[in-house]
Ligand binder design. Structure first.
Ligand SMILES: Nc1ncnc2c1ncn2[C@@H]1O[C@H](COP(=O)(O)OP(=O)(O)OP(=O)(O)O)[C@@H](O)[C@H]1O
Length: 238
């Protein structure tokens, strides 16, 4: 069953067409990767699934509801490319604040905050203000915040930028756990070993989906050994 269905979607900023006739079906409980060179339209597509941008043409259905929709927003955990954190508040206060916006009950929120902080290995830094956080710590906190209201769908725009390989591995372990609980994850990435871990991939170029399938299917289609080579061959470099 598709939990996200994108039908013939185009988007235009002024005269610039940045997405062109995109069709995509994302199945419930899958980890779906969006790959593509800088400027290909990945962030624009994620922002439209969240409902922050409306398609100029076409429709996006999330969990049987056309977006933008407030009803759907509660089911989505979203992590944007730039971290939207309050610098003067501590990590704990940031989590409390966002959790309260999502109207998570106080007792449940306390439990969820501890779990989420543990999942991203930040439990010893929760009393620090964000102004004292490194780039990677901010990314990890943003990820923790996106999990607080137990979303059924996670939309993550480059979630592991600035995160070292050890932590990246533990974050991917967390993604697998969420997936086992039925959560659908859509992730944009430039990290090729991450792309290989996705169940399905879509390769975007110039606002179009130029290839999609499992990592193995893409490697076969491009007759190469690695996803990095799929990316390079598609860009005309190999
Ligand atoms: N608010 C905006 N106004 C005008 N143009 C925009 C806006 N946001 C994005 N664009 C343009 O849309 C195109 C797609 O951008 P987008 O951020 O979706 O790409 P991306 O694939 O996510 O790139 P990256 O990998 O660098 O994050 C780019 O040409 C960009 O300049």
């Amino acid at each position: 069953m598709s939990i996200i269905q994108i039908d013939n979607v185009s988007h235009q900023f002024g005269k610039e067409k940045v997405l062109k006739d995109v069709d995509l079906k994302i199945e419930k409980g899958k980890i779906y990767g969006l790959l593509g060179p800088s400027g290909a339209g990945k962030t624009t597509l994620i922002n439209m699934i969240v409902g922050m941008l409306r398609p100029t043409k076409g429709t996006i259905i999330v969990d049987n509801t056309k977006v933008p929709s407030f009803k759907v927003l509660h089911k989505i955990g979203f992590m944007a490319q730039s971290d939207a954190l309050y610098q003067e508040l501590t990590a704990w206060e940031n989590m409390e604040f966002i959790g309260s916006i999502y109207q998570v009950k106080k007792k449940i929120l306390q439990k969820k905050m501890k779990e989420a902080a543990r999942a991203v290995n930040l439990e010893n830094h929760l009393k620090k203000p964000i102004s004292q956080f490194s780039g990677g710590m901010k990314r990890r906190l943003s990820l923790a915040i996106s999990l607080l209201h137990e979303p059924r769908i996670l939309l993550l725009d480059e979630p592991t930028v600035g995160i070292d390989p050890l932590l990246r591995k533990s974050i991917w372990d967390e993604f697998r756990k969420l997936q086992q609980n039925g959560v659908t994850i859509v992730v944009t990435t430039h990290v090729m070993d991450e792309a290989d871990k996705c169940d399905q991939l879509a390769l975007l170029r110039d606002g179009r989906i130029v290839a999609s399938g499992t990592p193995l299917e893409l490697k076969k289609q491009y007759q190469v050994e690695t996803i990095e080579d799929v990316f390079l061959k598609d860009g005309g470099v190999l």
